[in-house]
Design a protein around this ligand. Structure first.
Ligand code: NAD
Ligand code: UDP
Length: 313
């Protein structure tokens, strides 16, 4: 049995990770300040004696004895990370420093949930880990993109300078049950709008692309990454290479929900990347032939069922 700290553990991905690591027989400490996470995501775990919940902000230091740290604390949706951009940078940068300092002191392995946003609006398509990205340092998305880029720098420097055992994963758009219904990301927006009979809001003409990964596929990759030998530091892309336009996603959601909602166009937000698709060769090589197995129809159906239940409560 390992003792594992998950920062951002009450969020969408973090709460699924808590479930998964507990199911595997570990002890889990979930740390969260509930900025975008919710107690309802982990309420079913509160009676589990191997689960501990701690209200804490990663920008302040934190001491605990654990074997592994998954550092997920950071708002992930543009609406939330732009709400208080200075705090977003602090969360990424100071959170990384605090978790790396802790990992160094207690000799734990530490995994950073980085993002495909480090590639910015990519000029190379699809994106391999060797691509350095095309990021605006002073735009509305910069607090998130540059915060995550700096966190990667810190992870690599702690590894090189202090031999901290690090793992960096670059997560591409991930969706599934427990996304916040109001968090503004495209999958949750479209599903909630379709279920409520509201217009589906397409930003721009909907020709921009994303590659959507179902949360279970990501978890499998994250856990395998943590289990790799110390020589595997990443960064490693974790995403589904199936690429869709936003317009196609909207039509798919209408089809699967049977909704009569209309599609409306709203302005494209600043610096919205035009295309996004991971190269996953590194993940296949280092993570035991890892690749996503849940297709968009199946993943959307599971997510629709979740939101249908949530909204009818
Ligand atoms: P989320 O917003 O549901 O989860 C983030 C969690 O971090 C929330 O529970 C929030 O309350 C917590 N948090 C935020 N600031 C904090 C702070 N200062 N101290 C302590 N806790 C804090 O988002 P998510 O989609 O579950 O994302 C989890 C991680 O994965 C994030 O680091 C995100 O950047 C990364 N990621 C997600 C995606 C995606 O598509 N979902 C893509 C790339 C990267
Ligand atoms: N988007 C959209 N309508 C929405 C929400 C998002 O058309 O209601 C678009 C957004 O402009 C972007 C894509 O969907 O091109 C993915 O947006 P999301 O916020 O989910 O993720 P990110 O832009 O961070 O990849």
């Amino acid at each position: 049995m390992k003792r594992i700290l998950i920062t951002g553990g009450a969020g969408f991905i973090g709460s699924h990770l808590c479930d998964r690591l507990l199911e595997e027989g570990n002890e889990v400490i979930c740390l969260d300040n509930y900025f975008t996470g919710a107690k309802r995501n982990i309420i079913h775990l509160l009676d589990n004696p191997y689960f501990e919940l701690i209200r804490h902000d990663v920008t302040s230091s934190f001491y605990v004895e654990v074997d592994e740290i998954y550092n997920l604390a950071c708002p992930a949706s543009p609406i939330h990370y732009q709400y208080n951009p200075i705090k977003t940078v602090k969360t990424s940068v100071m959170g990384a420093i605090n978790m790396l300092g802790l990992a160094k002191r207690i000799k734990a392995k530490v995994l950073q949930a980085s993002t495909s946003e480090v590639y910015g609006d990519p000029t190379i398509h699809p994106q391999p880990e060797t691509y350095w990205g095309n990021v605006n340092p002073i735009g509305t998305r910069s607090c998130y993109d540059e915060g995550k880029r700096c966190a990667e720098t810190l992870f690599m420097d702690y590894h090189l300078q202090n031999r901290v055992r690090i793992k960096i994963i670059r997560i591409f758009n991930t969706y599934g049950p427990r996304m916040h219904p109001d968090d503004g990301r495209v999958v949750s927006n479209f599903i909630v709008q379709a279920l409520q009979g509201k217009d589906l809001t397409i930003y721009g003409d909907g020709s921009q692309t994303r590659s959507f990964q179902y949360v279970d596929d990501l978890l499998e990759g994250m856990v395998r990454m943590m289990q790799t030998g110390d020589e595997v530091t990443g960064p490693i892309n974790l995403g589904n290479p199936d690429e869709f336009t936003i317009l196609k996603l909207a039509k798919k959601v209408l089809e699967l929900t049977g909704s009569k909602s209309k599609l409306i166009q709203l302005p494209l937000p600043q610096d919205d990347p035009l295309q996004r698709k991971p190269v996953i060769t590194e993940a296949k090589i280092h993570l035991n032939d890892w690749e996503p197995v849940v297709g968009l129809d199946e993943g959307l159906q599971r997510t629709i069922t979740y939101f249908d239940n949530l909204l009818s409560k």
